[in-house]
Design a protein around this ligand. Structure first.
Ligand SMILES: [Zn+2]
Length: 404
């Protein structure tokens, strides 16, 4: 099993400079190789340039420009050429299938953010100073860079990549780990309801709150984006210092929100997979379509509509939530798969308005966001718990209909 790890690096000022140059030079290698392919493609004969041909030129390119190309790892340069090759393969595949994809584009130095090293020990060395209490990664042309290693790396490191996000630098590792034994069956089944007030409610009446800081971070991000939107759209080198700061603030908050969300999703998914053999959740695609807010006509003026909260729902907070659910379900599915657990997506329609006691379906069963009160039998419960219970039942029905 391959596992990925991502750690913040703490480069010195000099190392930051070198890392920036490493990205810049790999970017220009990428663009140069792209130019060569473009020229060949436009040529009347439509000759094509392959990865092998470009890789064979690397030695000469390095010898010709020792300052900017010769100092970096041969393997990371090959990896960069391979990335371009992949972009072309995808382009030609889409052309073949009758689509009209955009031709692979040149990368501006600001959106070329990753350098990959295909093999630990070749141009890079993870944990290069094992005798030192501080973890470091050695990168050719940069040096031994300090790493905030916040968790242990299990297994053998296969690949190393350097990634820039805003002003931060990360090292991303992939490590090969032996397949752990699947946990023993627990005999327990559960349904979950993803929400806004709580991250999720389960069919046993439990709740998982949203990550503690996520709302604050999302609100900060929204205001940072508003601040950024007041600057005119100009080329990067034409930005004022204030504009540049606003760009960096948005990038850094984005990173923060993403990291918090991922961490929370991993923990929540792990808990569910440990405790249950079978997990049912709502199908988000159907949910997004069916939960759109209906327009409310204004009885006073025909043709006009009253506010219905749609604008608030469409806000940034909302879109962050949606993205968070998608990420969470992807993590849940992959963890469940490696643990031999079953995950089923069910049609969410009516899950929030069906009485779990008597089966009565009515929108009136849910007088408020939180409360469920059956109009037929009087059953009351938290609305999200009812939703989760109905999701579980629908999931079990589906499992019965087509067993795995
Ligand atoms: Zn009822």
């Amino acid at each position: 099993m391959i596992r990925a790890y991502k750690f913040l690096m703490r480069p010195t000022v000099g190392q930051q400079q070198a890392l920036t140059e490493m990205l810049r030079d790999h970017c220009s290698l990428y663009n140069g190789a792209l130019q060569e392919r473009r020229d060949a493609y436009r040529h009347v004969s439509r000759t094509s340039v392959t990865y092998g041909m470009q890789s064979a030129q690397l030695k000469d390119i390095r010898a010709f420009d020792p300052e900017r190309q010769g100092r970096w790892s041969f393997s990371s340069q090959q990896a960069t050429l391979r990335r371009l090759d992949k972009a072309f393969a995808a382009f030609f595949r889409r052309v073949k299938s009758g689509e009209t994809p955009g031709y692979p584009r040149f990368r501006g130095v600001t959106w070329f953010d990753t350098v990959e090293f295909p093999k630990d020990g070749d141009g890079c060395r993870w944990d290069s100073t094992p005798h030192d209490p501080v973890t470091r990664v050695r990168l050719q042309g940069v040096g031994h860079v300090k790493v905030n290693q916040h968790r242990a790396v299990v297994g053998r490191v296969k690949t190393v990549a350097v990634k820039r996000e805003g002003r931060k630098w990360f090292v991303v590792l992939s490590a090969e780990q032996e397949q752990p034994k699947p946990p023993p069956p627990t005999g327990s089944v559960v349904g979950i309801d993803l929400g806004i007030a709580n991250f999720l409610a389960d069919s046993n009446g439990g709740f998982v709150p949203n990550p503690r800081h996520s709302r604050t971070a999302a609100a900060k991000l929204e205001s940072a984006q508003q601040a950024l939107s007041r600057f005119p759209r100009v080329r990067r080198d034409k930005r004022t210092a204030n504009h540049q700061r606003a760009v960096e603030r948005v990038a850094s908050l984005h990173g923060k929100v993403r990291r918090q969300r991922l961490d929370h999703a991993h923990k929540t998914a792990l808990g569910l997979v440990r405790e249950h053999d079978f997990i049912a959740h709502e199908d988000l695609k159907i949910r997004n379509m069916s939960k759109a807010v209906a327009p409310k006509p204004d009885p006073g003026t025909p043709g006009r509509f009253l506010p219905n909260g749609a604008a608030a729902k469409a806000g940034l907070n909302r879109s962050i939530m949606d993205a968070g659910w998608g990420v969470f379900l992807a993590i849940l599915t992959s963890k469940a798969e490696s643990a031999g657990r079953e995950v089923i997506a069910v049609d969410p329609r009516n899950t929030s308005r069906t009485c779990p006691e008597c089966g009565h379906v009515s929108a009136q069963n849910r007088p408020t966001q939180e409360k469920f009160h059956c109009q037929s039998c009087g059953h009351t419960a938290h609305a999200d718990t009812v939703g989760a219970l109905n999701v579980l039942r629908a999931g079990l029905v589906r499992r019965e209909a087509n067993p795995a």
